[in-house]
Design a protein around this ligand. Structure first.
Ligand code: PLP
Length: 397
């Protein structure tokens, strides 16, 4: 008998997690996951999140639907966090709650595909978070790449990046990682952002920011929002995807926001109405629990202060692990320059190791990460950093 789905092709397996699970070595190291781990290698729930959640539960709110654009106490506070409390953008901002950062990108992609007046082409950095291209393609945009990372310097290739911005068809969309670029950990400096802004403006391009790590990069939520706020201050009516997965550790709660800076109130009202028209047939309205937790933190001064301290602690632990990894490699006598490990920022380090060396790390040393040489620094602990450095030293020297 013929079956209905006989033409469905098998998708590729998600290899790292499976190989890690199958490995019986008790000192195996998983550097493939994109989630923070504490120094014992355990998932971490922020104490401020526990407190906020207790308050939310104790208040015994009902479970009625949120509106299409979500919990207003959350979206208002999310906007202030991103744009700054004195931002001129706040009262002309169309904003909606989203299914974390991915959902925000997807709503943004769909909104641009339907309403962007220029070329419906979005340029994403090469390399970028693997999901960017898929999200934007499925949203109906054409996806192109711009140069970003230099394999020679293991840093930003600003010249080629600016060249690509200049060469793109005027009025194209450019996706920028606001901070903690994934996968490279390479961010432009503030001076470099100014050059990037000037190039974007000169060609009439449109900037779409993905801010999945605000506070998580430098430990300072304002510093990490520099690029977003700078573009707005220079007159760009940007759009922005925000995630609270990493900076609040709310991964599975799926808390995020998508916002569009508009020229005025009338534009804001029209954009807002069209965002609702997009969201309604996708999922009607977003989940409320995680947004209530985030709102409680952002709107309660003591909880907010506590949270800022906890984000900084996470960022600092990652920065410390970078330094320890470099130090250990040098102690072993490695002749390579490992300063990119400490120059990079955020959850991921781009080691510069080849796919073959990454294979060897997995097969011979039970260290698992993606083939592109990206390791999750969040998976490094005081306990395993020595063994990790030895493994890298053995495969690379
Ligand atoms: N954007 C970037 C650059 C990311 O690295 C991630 C998560 O890894 C996301 C967006 C979205 O994550 P989430 O949907 O969990 O908020």
């Amino acid at each position: 008998a013929s079956s209905t789905w006989r033409n469905v092709a098998q998708g590729p397996p998600v290899r790292i997690t499976e190989a890690f699970k199958a490995d019986s070595f008790d000192k195996k190291i998983n550097l493939g996951v994109g989630a923070y781990r504490d120094d014992q290698g355990k998932p971490y729930v922020l104490p401020s999140v526990r407190k906020a959640e207790d308050k939310v539960i104790a208040s015994r709110m009902n479970k009625e639907y949120a509106g299409i654009t979500g919990v207003p106490e959350f979206t208002k506070a999310a906007a202030v966090l991103a744009y700054g409390k004195d931002s001129s953008a706040l009262d002309r901002l169309a904003i909606t709650q989203s299914i974390s950062g991915t959902g925000a990108l997807r709503i943004g992609g769909a909104f641009l595909a339907r309403w962007f007046p220029g070329a419906k082409t979005i340029y994403v950095p090469q390399p970028s978070w693997a999901n960017h291209a898929a999200v934007f393609k499925d949203s109906g945009l054409t996806v192109n790449k711009y140069n970003y990372y230099s394999k020679d310097t293991l840093g930003l290739n600003l010249e080629m990046m600016l060249g690509d911005i200049n060469a793109a068809y005027p009025g194209s969309i450019f996706l920028f990682h606001a901070c903690a670029h994934n996968p490279t950990g390479v961010d432009p400096t503030e001076e470099q952002w100014k050059k990037i802004e000037a190039a974007v403006k000169a060609k009439g391009h449109y900037a779409f920011f993905d801010m999945a790590y605000q506070g998580f990069a430098s430990g300072d939520v304002d510093k990490d929002a520099f690029a977003v706020r700078y573009f707005v201050s220079q007159g760009h009516d940007i759009c922005l995807a925000q995630s609270f997965a990493k900076n609040m550790g709310l991964y599975g709660e799926r808390v995020g926001a998508f916002s569009v800076v508009c020229a005025n109130q009338s534009e804001k009202a029209r954009v807002d109405s069209q965002i609702k028209i997009l969201v309604r047939p996708m999922y009607s309205n977003p989940p409320i629990h995680g947004a209530r937790i985030a709102a409680e933190i952002l709107n309660t001064p003591e909880l907010y202060e506590q949270w800022l301290g906890e984000v900084k602690e996470m960022a600092d632990r990652i920065i410390t692990m970078r330094a320890l990894l470099k130090e250990n490699l040098e102690k072993l006598g490695s002749q390579h320059d490992w300063s990119h490990i400490t120059n990079q920022i955020g959850m991921f380090a781009y080691t510069g190791l080849t796919p073959e060396q990454m294979d060897q790390l997995a097969k011979e040393h039970s260290v698992y990460a993606t083939k592109d040489g990206r390791i999750s620094v969040a998976g490094i602990t005081s306990e395993n950093v020595g063994r990790l450095a030895e493994a890298i030293f053995k495969v690379k020297g």
